[in-house]
Design a binder for this molecule. Structure first.
Ligand code: ADP
Ligand code: ADP
Length: 233
């Protein structure tokens, strides 16, 4: 089934008297369980598109349907609600709370979802186990390696069982070996049925995805199935 459907999405920014067309009539669909990489040069519209897909921003015109709901004209509050329910975010800079334990970092999205403390801790522990960090629940982010921090962030993205994981340059701050370890984890998560959309400018990272969409100047330049994605070892 379809999890994302954009119909002729436009996004314009006003800079004084100048109008910047960041997205030009972008129509894409993503099915549940797909693993997609967005590529494209700086300024091509990747962040703008990810922000719209992640319900952090709305298109200027066009329609965006997320998990069957038209979110194009939703208010900030409605967007926040659907974002917490449907989207798990992974960032280049991890965005973890430095003073909170791994368990508390991972449990944070569940606070807004209204689970009890015991339920939050149980779910957060499961999510940490799921990324191989079941033994690190009490550690703080600065007591972990970069790869482990990104795993904590991935556990946080997964904890609410979202419809999609949106990863913006997830390996951008990691060395090559650690980057491939994280892609290994994405491979496993995809194999378990998760839907993943990531932005990367690295070809060898994009090659793990099963479909690669290239943007240029706010347009979809190519949208190709990767016939031979890099596999986990
Ligand atoms: P943003 O999300 O801030 O709009 P991008 O998604 O374009 O920026 O890029 C994220 C990071 O990757 C930035 O630090 C940018 O400098 C870097 N970057 C983007 N494209 C390239 C590229 N082709 N080669 C090297 N670094 C890049
Ligand atoms: P990418 O992520 O591929 O680097 P962006 O989506 O960040 O591309 O940017 C697409 C275009 O929109 C660029 O020309 C950029 O300068 C412009 N842009 C992005 N965000 C804003 C903003 N908040 N205000 C004005 N222009 C913006």
């Amino acid at each position: 089934s379809r999890v994302i459907e954009t119909h002729e999405i436009n996004k314009t920014y006003k800079m004084g008297s100048e109008i910047i067309q960041a997205l030009k009539s972008v129509s894409i669909t993503v099915d549940r369980g797909e693993y997609v990489a967005f590529m494209g040069p700086s300024g091509s519209g990747k962040s703008t598109l990810m922000n719209i897909i992640g319900c952090l921003d709305s298109p200027t015109s066009g329609t965006y349907i997320l998990a069957g709901k038209d979110v194009s004209d939703m208010s900030e509050n409605e967007l926040a609600e659907i974002r917490n329910k449907e989207i798990g975010f992974v960032f280049q800079t991890f965005n973890l709370l430095p003073r909170a334990s791994c368990l508390d970092n991972v449990a944070l999205p569940l606070v807004y979802a209204g689970f009890s403390k015991a339920e939050r801790e149980e779910k957060a522990f499961r999510a940490l186990e799921n990324v191989g960090l079941g033994e690190r629940t009490k550690h703080r982010p600065n007591e972990l390696s970069g790869g482990q921090r990104q795993r904590v962030a991935i556990a946080r993205a997964l904890v609410n069982n979202p419809s999609i994981i949106l990863a913006d340059e997830p390996t951008g701050n990691l060395d090559s070996k650690t980057s491939h370890d994280i892609m290994e984890l994405f491979h496993e998560l995809h194999a378990k049925g998760n839907t993943i959309i990531m932005v990367t400018h690295e070809d060898d990272i994009a090659h793990y995805a099963h479909r690669v969409i290239r943007l240029r100047d706010g347009l979809v330049e190519t949208d190709k199935i990767n016939p031979n994605p890099t596999r986990g070892v």
